[in-house]
Design a protein around this ligand. Structure first.
Ligand SMILES: [Zn+2]
Length: 300
């Protein structure tokens, strides 16, 4: 069976559906937005979908990712508790709907959406995420990023720079990590899942080598006091990101060796090259570790 068909048939019915990317399909009425202070100017909002980073200060508010459209009002209420100033910018770490679903509402309000060039391309051309059999039609107008960049961009507000660094072919082909340099905080989008094996969207340009490179790049930029916001899961630090990167390196080597020896995906999955990492990365449970092995295998 081909990998994507396997992932579709095995995983979509699993725990991930409720936990993450397909949360669009669930009833958002019960979702609660929880706010946590991270460091300096930066807060994080947890709800359904990707974690939202919030910068609050004299110049106003800007955010990193915006979850799903039905949650925009709740997100705005949570932000109002931190500041009554407008949301001036929303940075998208990548195009997936659980990180960009609020763009349309925010864009209508006058928030400027900022993202890597490929985020706008994927959203304006329409996209298909094979692993979840999820098709999004071409979008126009407010949902689309208005300001796009290729390699890096800087946002200078609230007495610090937020530096956006594109990392190529990692979770997708349009990922950015956002470094709040003064607050010593990094938002990594979905190049980092804390507590769960990551989803790597191979069909949209992602690769395990790119995810490893993104983690290594961030590790080279941070210190022991840096707080790191993953795309999904709790806020962590350099030690947490190091453990994730090292896990990816080990799994990648094991899978690469077996694939080079001619093993099929099913044989690699049966060999369970992730076994000792499940305790720390089993957050999505069920068949997700096998799906993760599939993403690694497909991208090598
Ligand atoms: Zn994603």
């Amino acid at each position: 069976m081909n990998i994507n068909k396997w992932v579709t048939t095995t995983v979509v019915s699993g725990a991930l559906m409720a936990a993450s990317t397909l949360a669009a399909a669930q009833d958002m009425a019960d979702v609660e937005i929880k706010t946590e202070k991270v460091s300096g100017n930066i807060y994080v909002l947890f709800g359904a979908g990707g974690n939202i980073g919030v910068s609050v200060g004299d110049d106003g508010v800007y955010i990193v990712d915006d979850q799903f459209a039905p949650l925009t009002e709740k997100i705005k209420v949570a932000i109002t508790a931190l500041s009554n100033k407008p949301i001036r910018f929303a940075i998208n770490t990548h195009f997936h709907g659980d990180h960009t679903g609020g763009n349309e509402n925010l864009g209508k309000d006058g928030t400027v959406i900022v993202a890597h060039d490929n985020v706008r391309v994927r959203m304006s051309e329409g996209s298909f995420v094979e692993a979840f059999n999820m098709r999004t039609p071409p979008l126009t107008g407010h949902p689309l990023p208005v300001v796009t960049f290729n390699d890096q961009a800087g946002l200078h507000l609230n007495d610090e720079q937020a530096r956006m660094h594109h990392v190529s072919n990692a979770h997708t082909d349009g990922d950015s990590i956002v470094h709040f340099e003064g607050s010593n905080v990094v938002h990594m989008g979905d190049t980092f899942f804390k507590g769960s094996f990551p989803f790597i969207d191979v069909g949209n340009g992602g690769s395990v080598d790119g995810v490893i490179a993104a983690a290594s790049k961030v590790l080279s930029m941070v210190n022991d006091e840096t707080r790191i916001i993953p795309g999904h899961g709790p806020v962590t630090d350099k030690a947490g990101l190091t453990a994730y990167r090292d896990m990816l390196v080990v799994v990648r080597e094991r899978v690469a060796e077996m694939k080079a020896d001619g093993k099929t995906l099913e044989e690699v999955q049966a060999a369970n090259p992730v076994e000792e990492f499940v305790a720390d990365n089993g957050g999505f449970g069920g068949e997700w570790p096998k799906a993760f092995i599939g993403f690694v295998y497909a991208s090598l």
